[in-house]
Design a protein around this ligand. Structure first.
Ligand SMILES: Nc1ncnc2c1ncn2[C@@H]1O[C@H](COP(=O)(O)OP(=O)(O)OP(=O)(O)O)[C@@H](O)[C@H]1O
Ligand SMILES: [Mg+2]
Length: 270
């Protein structure tokens, strides 16, 4: 089966000479739930921007369903790979919430009723159906982020990339984002970039670690969270529940969920 995303020997440098990606190789298949983690400036956002052609490789290649991004424009690639920007203000440019979410589907040659259906459905999924007439400038950061996610849902791409979905969210917002990601995973391949390891441990199965423009780990999240040298290098702390378990004598050191934690307590009591 052809992977949805295949990256071969990718290198990318910005016009000012900053080399943001060095010799990256990876494959992402349909239905995978991947988290990209790493310290600030390690190249996470640059990497995913190459997945929908917003940035083109300086050398090497990115193939989407087997086709090089060099030969496709971003509008066409965005139908397959939808990217939700890290900063909503870089994405939002329409006045009303409705128009912002309708903009993408409006460019897909769809009938008016189909566009309306997609917009209302996307707003319902993110919980903004009551805000459709709001001016985008009047929205809180939390809601702006949700509008940008709805805009991508309305395009119905195979892959949805969320760049720091829970940044700027309070606890309630983060819980909502977690539920939303789980919902999206039912019908899409989802890639999240996050500094929030509690979120990563709950929604992802595979973790890719970036460090100083290089991909230094690609594998199972449990293996990543057990590798203290890797985490120290990338300035990342494992989920709180893992940290706690690692401090308790006799506990498994690779616990990731509350259920696993409770199982350990029961086992120790026996
Ligand atoms: N438009 C740009 N022009 C020049 N350099 C850039 C540009 N955007 C990013 N960079 C540089 O490229 C490198 C990678 O940046 P990138 O935004 O991909 O990192 P990141 O891992 O997403 O960081 P963060 O966690 O802060 O979002 C950094 O050194 C950054 O300063
Ligand atoms: Mg970034």
């Amino acid at each position: 089966m052809t992977p949805i995303i295949k990256v071969n020997n990718l290198m990318f440098s910005y016009p000012n000479g900053v080399v943001a990606l060095r010799n990256i190789n990876l494959e992402i298949n349909k239905g995978e739930i991947v988290a990209i983690i790493g310290h600030n400036g390690s190249g996470k956002t640059t990497l995913v921007k190459t997945f929908n052609g917003l940035l083109k490789p300086t050398s090497g290649e990115v193939l989407i369903n087997g086709v090089s991004t060099k030969n496709e424009n971003t509008a066409k690639l965005s139908k397959i790979v939808g990217y939700v920007f890290q900063n909503p203000d870089d994405q939002i440019f329409n006045n009303s919430v409705y128009n912002e979410v309708a903009f993408g589907p409006g460019n897909l040659n769809l009938k008016k009723e189909e566009i309306n259906k997609r917009v209302l459905n996307a707003l319902e999924i993110v919980g903004l159906e009551k805000d459709k007439k709001m001016h985008t400038l009047d929205l809180s950061l939390n809601k702006k982020k949700l509008v940008t996610i709805a805009s991508i849902i309305a395009m119905n791409p195979e892959v949805i990339i969320l760049d720091e979905p829970s940044s700027g969210q309070d606890h309630e917002g983060t819980v909502k984002i977690e539920a939303l990601i789980k919902e999206l995973q039912k019908n899409h391949t989802v890639i999240i970039i996050s500094h929030d390891m509690n979120l990563v441990s709950k929604v992802a199965s595979r973790v890719i670690v970036m460090w100083d423009s290089n991909l230094i780990f690609d594998g199972d999240k449990r293996t990543a969270f057990m590798n203290s040298d890797l985490l120290k290098k990338t300035d990342v702390s494992p989920p709180i529940i893992t940290q706690l378990a690692q401090k308790i004598k006799g506990f498994r050191k690779d616990i990731l969920t509350a259920d696993e934690f409770i199982d350990e307590i029961i086992k120790l009591k026996k």
